[in-house]
Design a protein around this ligand. Structure first.
Ligand code: ASP
Length: 289
């Protein structure tokens, strides 16, 4: 036990400057304190990121889980992923229909199958066999978090959690409804290990933004690669990755923690709902700069 822990949460980079996010920030602050207390008590980073991501999904305040919006065919299809840095085990689901917590199903894929990613019908069948909680009626369960708002960035959102535990282990989780009105079957970066989610012995990363760009820069894994191969700090590695996304014409942000307890949350978008804390006294909840 090192005594050092760190945590970061995000509620998506689709925040728009014209709107206030007080409710989202209050919820995130309470959750951040809960996550910090869990880590301080010695809980594993993996358990904490799944608990945090599950609560963000259930809140209906972000475009993930309950807050997700339907695709162009009127169907809610959700993507999620989880990665355990110590073992480099990972699990993900894409275009999952009808389950309350895609991130918990992603953990199920990691722990109870030899696979990393299950999609569509196969993912739903697995979730049903494993007894994950179903959505009774999609028409009443989902309350799209940002629908009806103007501007391209408001049409998307994601939630994520990254953590370093007191055993020095890192984990990351990401979950999304993707883009509002997306093509049926469209899958973004969120369930793609290395793009929207990554954890190893150096860093844990969760991304949000226009997923096509995050896939094209292999964003989440590149943060760790820059630390390993270029000797960059967590902060400069994460900033460089977001600059890469922006340079290609994309938008978005990420949250990341490293094995020393550093935390960073760069974004190139109007805002990104986020909460950051560590055992050195950092505690910050913000949406804009
Ligand atoms: N990255 C997500 C996706 O492309 C959306 C978002 O984070 O806003 O599906």
């Amino acid at each position: 036990m090192t005594g050092t822990w760190a945590i970061a949460l995000h509620g998506g980079a689709g925040a728009i400057a014209a709107r206030a996010y007080q409710q989202e920030e209050e919820h995130m602050a309470a959750l951040l304190d809960r996550g910090a207390a869990m880590l301080a008590k010695g809980m594993s980073a993996l358990d904490v990121v799944v608990a945090m991501a599950g609560a963000l999904e259930a809140s209906g305040l972000h475009v993930a889980g309950k807050g997700a919006a339907p695709n162009a065919a009127g169907v809610v299809e959700l993507d999620a992923s989880v990665m355990d840095g110590a073992t480099r085990m990972a699990g993900a689901v894409a275009a999952l229909r009808g389950f309350i917590s895609p991130v918990r199903v992603a953990r199920g894929v990691m722990e109870n199958t030899p696979h990393v990613l299950l999609v569509g019908e196969g993912a739903s069948r697995f979730a049903a066999e494993q007894g994950f909680e179903r959505v009774d009626d999609p028409k009443t369960y989902y309350v799209p978090a940002a629908s009806g708002l103007p501007g391209p960035e408001s049409g998307s959102g994601t939630i994520g959690a990254v953590a370093l535990d007191t055993s020095g282990k890192l984990a990351a989780a990401t979950s999304t409804g993707g883009l509002h009105g997306k093509m049926p079957g469209r899958v973004g970066d969120t369930p793609i290990i290395g793009a929207g989610c990554w954890a190893d012995q150096r860093a844990a990363v969760s991304c949000t933004g226009l997923g096509e760009y995050f896939m094209r820069v292999n964003a989440a894994a590149d943060v760790s690669a820059r630390i390993a191969y270029a000797g960059q700090t967590l902060e400069s590695a994460a900033a460089a990755v977001i600059e890469d996304v922006r340079g290609l014409g994309g938008y978005g942000g990420l949250i990341a923690v490293d094995a020393a307890g550093n935390v960073t949350s760069p974004f190139a978008s109007q805002g990104m709902k986020r909460g950051l804390a560590n055992s050195r006294g950092l505690r910050e909840v913000k949406t804009f700069q």
